[in-house]
Design a protein around this ligand. Structure first.
Ligand SMILES: [Zn+2]
Length: 235
């Protein structure tokens, strides 16, 4: 088991750990603890470095199972490592992920449209909604409303709840918590206080004001009531 630092401290950009083993076929390193996000929920994985005795190993990807894919030779099992995230990239992804939840929250609260999926890159993302009324005339209105939520400086709270407790929260049931696999005993929730609450594994900023200015870059119809909205964040 790897201790997942990113689940409770999204601002950890450096950490110390011990190499516990390899995922050889992937040239991957396993650690007893990590702050590297392996990707999921539309948020791409982190990249960065592992440093052992002054020697640097580039982490080119992190995949499911918290496997750190490294270029070239692997550090020895038992070695004490310092993990260093590419923080510029990760922080942009945190701002972007929170921005996506702001969009979700506003579109649900004001238009009763639910989200069906999404994906992001640093400072841009797209989200799919069942949103019959979405049309060109709404773009400016939504943009104004999501920026108002950034300005409102709402705190973001992360919680890890027993599964039974999470299943009693109406907002979570709406966001398809029932799709979570049976075996998972705990549910991590991300709440933008006063706006949005979701079961979510990603890394977020602590307050919406960190997100910055948002722009609806485009939208398109995906057939029927399905609409895709493209979001961009000013650097
Ligand atoms: Zn999310």
């Amino acid at each position: 088991m790897t201790e997942l630092i990113y689940q409770t401290d999204s601002y950890a950009k450096e950490f110390t750990a011990t190499v516990t083993g390899y995922a050889g076929e992937q040239n991957g390193v396993l650690l007893d603890r990590t702050a590297f996000y392996p990707g999921g929920g539309g948020q791409p994985n982190d990249v960065g470095q592992l440093v052992v005795d002054g020697r640097t190993y580039n982490v080119t990807s992190v995949v499911r199972g918290n496997i750190h894919i490294v270029e070239g030779e692997l550090p020895p099992v038992g070695a004490a490592v310092t993990g260093i995230l590419d923080w510029d990239r990760r922080y942009k992804l945190m701002r972007t992920h929170t921005a996506m939840h702001i969009l979700c929250g506003v579109v649900w609260r004001d238009y009763s449209a639910s989200v069906t999926g999404g994906n992001m890159e640093p400072l841009s993302g797209r989200m799919d909604f069942e949103f019959e009324r979405m049309q060109k005339e709404l773009v400016t209105e939504i943009e104004t409303r999501i920026n108002a939520e950034v300005q409102a400086a709402r705190d973001i709270r992360v919680n890890i709840l027993p599964r039974e407790e999470a299943f009693k929260i109406p907002d979570l049931i709406r966001t398809k918590i029932n799709l979570l696999p049976e075996g998972i005993p705990e549910v991590r929730t991300v709440e933008i206080i006063g706006l949005d609450l979701q079961a979510d594994g990603g890394t977020h900023v602590a307050n919406t004001r960190e997100v910055g200015t948002l722009r609806i870059a485009d939208y398109k119809s995906k057939g029927g009531i399905n609409k895709r909205i493209y979001l961009e964040i000013n650097n």
